[in-house]
Ligand binder design. Sequence first.
Ligand code: NI
Length: 152
Amino acid sequence: MALRNIVTKEQDVLYKKCRTVEKFDERLWTLLDDMKETLYKAQGYGLAAPQVGILKRVAVIDVGEGYIELINPEILDPEGEQRDIEGCLSCPDVWGYVKRPYSCTLRAQDRNGEYYEKKLEGLFCRCACHETDHLDGKLFVDLVDEFVKPEE
Ligand code: NI
C-alpha cells in the first residue's frame, strides 16, 4: 500500500465525469488499498478516486460505522432532508452548510464486482452523496447555502 497525493480544488481532474469501472482486477485493488490508507492518514470520512487523480467511479468511506468500498455507486430512494456542515479533503479550510437527503439506499459494487445495497442514514448518507457527486465532477462548495469559519 502507498499513500497517494490528494489533489485540491484548483485541479481540473475534480471537475470531470469519471468512467465506469469494468475490470475488477489487481490494479483496482491497489487503488482501493491506497485510497483507504490515504483516507485514514488524512482523517477524512470519505475519499473519491478523482481526489487522487484517477477518473474512475471508485470511492471509500468510513464515518465511524464501518469501512466500505463503493464502485460504480448509485444513490437510490433519497428521503427526508438534513442540513449540516460539510467539508472536503480537496477543499482544506472550506466549510459550509449543505442540504442532503436524510436517508438513501446505496447501490454499488464491491472490489470483486458483486453488487450490494445498503440503507444509509445521517452522516453516512451525507458522505455517500458527497463522494458520488465527486464521481460526476461536482464539489460540495457549489451546494453550500452558508459558509462557516473552520473554528465554528
Ligand atoms: Ni470531497
